[in-house]
Design a protein around this ligand. Structure first.
Ligand SMILES: CC(C)(COP(=O)(O)OP(=O)(O)OC[C@H]1O[C@@H](n2cnc3c(N)ncnc32)[C@H](O)[C@@H]1OP(=O)(O)O)[C@@H](O)C(=O)NCCC(=O)NCCS
Length: 178
C-alpha cells in the first residue's frame, strides 16, 4: 500500500477560501452524505455546499470575524474547522468552534485532533479563553471533544432535523476553558 502524504494544517485567507470553494463544498457534501449532522439534510447537493462557503463563511472571513483552518494532504483539503470570534462586546473572551469536518476516506488518523490543536492555539493568540460548540448528541465528535477537555453543559432535545430520516435529533452543548 502506498504511504499517505503527510498532513499539514494551515489557515486560509479570505482569497484562499474564495478560490477553494469547490473543494470545500465537495468536502461538506461528502461528509453530509456520510451521515454528518452539520446543518444540512438530504437531498444535499454540491451546489448547496458551495453556497454555504460562499454566502455564509466567506463574508465572515473577509470581515475578520471567522477563521477557517484546513488539513491538507498532497495539496488536497481533507479536513477543516472554523473559529467564529465575531462576538458581542460582553464576550471578548469567547469564540465558537464549528464545522469540524474530516473526509470519510481519511478518518481515525488524528486529523480532527490536529485541527483542534491548531484551532486552540489560534484562539489563544486571539485572546479567547472560552470555547463553545454544539454537536449532535451521540455522534463520534462527542467523545472526541470530551477527550480534548470539552465539558458538557447540557443537552437540548429536538434541536435539529436528522439529515437522513424524518425525526428531530438532540444537540449537546460543550465548552472548554483554555
Ligand atoms: C468527528 C470527526 C471530525 C472525527 O474526525 P477524525 O479525523 O476521524 O478524528 P480523529 O482521528 O482525530 O479522532 C480523534 C478521536 O475522536 C473519537 N472518534 C473519532 N471517530 C470515531 C469513531 N468513528 N468512533 C468512535 N470514536 C471516534 C476517538 O476518541 C478518537 O480518538 P482515537 O482514534 O485515539 O480513539 C469526523 O468523524 C467527521 O468529520 N464527522 C462528521 C462531521 C461531524 O460530525 N463533525 C462534528 C461537528 S460538531
Amino acid at each position: 500500500m502506498a504511504s499517505e502524504a503527510p498532513t499539514t494544517i494551515s489557515m486560509l485567507s479570505a482569497d484562499d477560501v474564495a478560490s477553494r470553494v469547490p473543494e470545500l463544498g465537495a468536502l461538506l457534501h461528502a461528509c453530509v452524505h456520510a451521515g454528518a449532522s452539520v446543518g444540512f439534510v438530504l437531498p444535499h447537493t454540491e451546489d448547496e455546499g458551495e453556497a454555504f462557503w460562499t454566502r455564509r463563511v466567506l463574508p465572515a472571513v473577509r470581515s475578520g470575524g471567522r477563521a477557517v483552518l484546513v488539513a491538507q494532504q498532497g495539496g488536497r483539503i481533507v479536513g477543516t474547522v472554523q473559529l467564529g470570534y465575531d462576538t458581542l462586546p460582553n464576550q471578548p473572551h469567547r469564540a465558537e468552534v464549528s464545522k469540524l469536518l474530516v473526509h470519510p476516506d481519511v478518518r481515525r488518523r488524528g486529523i480532527a485532533r490536529a485541527l483542534m490543536a491548531e484551532l486552540e492555539q489560534l484562539a489563544g493568540e486571539l485572546g479567547r479563553s472560552l470555547l463553545t460548540l454544539d454537536t449532535r448528541t451521540g455522534d463520534h465528535a462527542e467523545p472526541l471533544y470530551a477527550s480534548l477537555g470539552y465539558r458538557t453543559a447540557g443537552v437540548i432535545p429536538g434541536y435539529c432535523l436528522d439529515p437522513f430520516e424524518d425525526r428531530l435529533d438532540s444537540t449537546t452543548i460543550m465548552y472548554k476553558v483554555l
